[in-house]
Unconditional design. Structure first.
Length: 304
């Protein structure tokens, strides 16, 4: 069900809320479903402008290796079960690699959600994909999707609780949530004191216990946790000590990048070999919605 991002009542196809008179609109061929806070709150407005800038820089200059991002999306998609015929929401869709993979894997429809118009414009008219401009912390959906996926989003949002509530509310009963987040990342590189050009980037990082706890508290039963995001240069300490360990790692690195191989393909290699030499950069969780989060009058929430 489509709901108003202001008051959460059912929203008709006209995008005109009969509960609070909020109106959505279409821009560049896609629905804009942002609540009033996205425009009225100075911090949220700066946050959106920040990510428009990141999106434009990413599209123009390729912030990360395209090959690496494509491979991570392919790995992630292979782990998404029950995709065939499913209604899927891809939160923080970015360049759309994951959304396209999910359509190719048999998803009936993928709703690609992002707050950055530059990313979303690229997906207008693509078969099986419906791009929507919306806030990950205030998704305009309730009991709408079989699967919700979010890659590299949870570390960016301003309010983790709002994101988890929105994801829970957007899923149907027993729906599935798949998350990818940074694994024990050094956050110093995102400080402007060290040259980061953006005000808002990664605000937090995770490990297995923290991610499992966050999902359990939000009404999800975690079914699987695993690592990915292996890349050359992210070496385990053992192989940086010099002598034969370092030589062995250098042999591995030459094998991965020699003979015209793309360094971005290392994350496609058997993970047992990657785990031996490299530190993972992300952790992925698969979880099932087992309870709904119900806001309580006067504040607080209940699990039902």
């Amino acid at each position: 069900m489509l709901i108003c991002p202001n008051c959460s009542v059912a929203l008709p196809s006209s995008l005109h809320c009969h509960g609070c008179s909020w109106r959505g609109h279409y821009r560049d061929g896609l629905a804009v479903l942002l609540g009033d806070t996205s425009f009225d709150d100075e911090i949220v407005r700066c946050y959106r402008e920040n990510y428009d800038r990141i999106a434009c820089d990413d599209l123009d200059a390729k912030v990360m290796s395209e090959r690496y991002i494509e491979n991570l999306a392919a790995n992630f998609c292979h782990a998404v079960s029950r995709c065939s015929g499913a209604e899927v929401c891809d939160i923080g869709s970015g360049k759309g690699y994951l959304a396209r993979n999910l359509v190719a894997q048999g998803a009936r429809q993928v709703t690609a959600v992002d707050i950055s118009l530059p990313y979303l414009r690229r997906m207008v008219g693509e078969p099986g994909i419906v791009p929507v401009m919306a806030d990950a912390e205030n998704l305009p959906f309730a009991d709408h999707f079989d699967i919700v996926v979010a890659t590299d989003v949870l570390e960016h949002v301003l309010n983790v609780g709002s994101f988890l509530y929105s994801a829970n509310r957007a899923l149907r009963t027993s729906g599935h949530l798949y998350l990818r987040v940074p694994f024990r990342e050094n956050l110093l590189s995102y400080s402007p004191h060290f040259g980061c050009p953006y005000r808002f980037t990664h605000l937090r990082t995770y490990d297995r216990p923290l991610l499992r706890q966050a999902l359990a508290e939000a009404g999800f039963a975690v079914t699987r946790l695993w690592h990915d995001g292996y890349m050359l240069g992210m070496t385990r300490p053992l192989w940086s000590r010099g002598g034969w360990p370092q030589k062995l790692y250098q042999t591995f690195e030459r094998h991965c990048s020699g003979n015209g191989r793309s360094p971005g393909d290392v994350t496609l290699r058997p993970h047992a070999l990657c785990r031996l030499f490299l530190r993972p950069t992300v952790i992925i969780a698969a979880a099932r919605k087992v309870k709904s989060l119900i806001p309580q009058a006067g504040g607080g929430m209940a699990l039902a």
